[in-house]
Design a protein around this ligand. Structure first.
Ligand code: TMP
Ligand code: ASP
Length: 243
């Protein structure tokens, strides 16, 4: 597989075309963004850590029967992925109250949410990712009803797999955001799963181990991501062979 021209540059990742029309290269940069791009800093090694973290998680999800875009690692900071037609709707599941849920509804942080909640947001930084519902998404053509049903089902399936995975490693999966796209007509998990797009707390101390460390200026961001990776047994040092 050969990397060719840049197709798109996001806040933390860039996407490149390859010599195969069905595949792209996802390049994880050190850029770390919060508040819809208002705060951006470069954190050393973050790209590599998230690339390898994402690869590990997507493999687990694929093994559980969830279709993902991930094909293989390409380099320390890059992965080969399927070329999806992205759906601009973000799916968020919350197991414990935090973040915008607390701000919007005046809920205190740290409450167990039973059953876990499911929310939709429009992927649009200029509008600060406004909350959506199924009716709005369908009317404005961002997704069909069938696609939304599948996205919701897969998002909860991810919760079953990852809640247990993190729990076994001494962590709480507080919440996370997923993005989906279409690959040859099939709803497929895209984007990434890393501590940039979820909240993870230590089970005992409830110490934050995710991007809230960056958002809240707590420091030790990449160190926390590496701690999470080590607890999961992810190899951050191994060489990556070009595929
Ligand atoms: P929120 O509390 O800000 O709504 O975010 C919920 C979870 O989803 C949290 O883990 C962060 C993640 N998320 C993103 O990574 N990017 C986004 O654009 C949004 C809306 C949420
Ligand atoms: N949407 C991501 C976050 O919640 C990145 C950003 O906002 O810039 O932090």
């Amino acid at each position: 597989m050969k990397k060719t021209t840049e197709l798109y540059a996001g806040k933390a990742k860039s996407v490149y075309n390859t010599d195969h029309p069905d595949y792209l290269i996802l390049s994880f940069r050190n850029d770390t963004s919060a508040f819809d791009g208002e705060k951006i800093e470069q954190l050393e090694r973050k790209g590599e850590v998230n690339n390898k973290f994402n690869h590990f998680i997507m493999q687990r999800l694929e093994a559980a029967g969830i279709p993902t875009q991930l094909e293989s690692l390409f380099s320390d900071t890059e992965s080969v992925v399927k070329h999806l037609e992205m759906i601009p709707v973000e799916c968020v599941v919350r197991n414990i109250s935090a973040g915008s849920l607390c701000r919007r509804l005046g809920i205190e942080e740290g409450l167990e949410l039973t059953p876990p909640t499911f929310e939709l947001f429009l992927k649009n930084d200029a509008l600060h990712d406004p909350m959506l519902n199924e009716s709005l998404a369908v009317t404005f053509g961002w997704a069909t009803e069938e696609q939304l049903t599948k996205m919701k089902q897969l998002t909860f399936q991810v919760n079953d797999v990852l809640r247990r995975l993190f729990d076994d490693a001494g962590m709480l999966l507080v919440d996370y955001k997923l993005e989906f796209g279409l690959f040859k007509g099939e709803i497929t998990l895209g984007d990434e799963f890393s501590p940039d797009g979820c909240r993870l707390w230590d089970k005992k101390s409830r110490e934050k181990l995710d991007k809230d460390r960056f958002r809240q200026g707590l420091g030790g961001v990449v160190e926390a991501y590496l701690d999470v990776a080590a607890r999961l047994g992810i190899d951050m040092m191994g060489p990556v062979g070009k595929s």
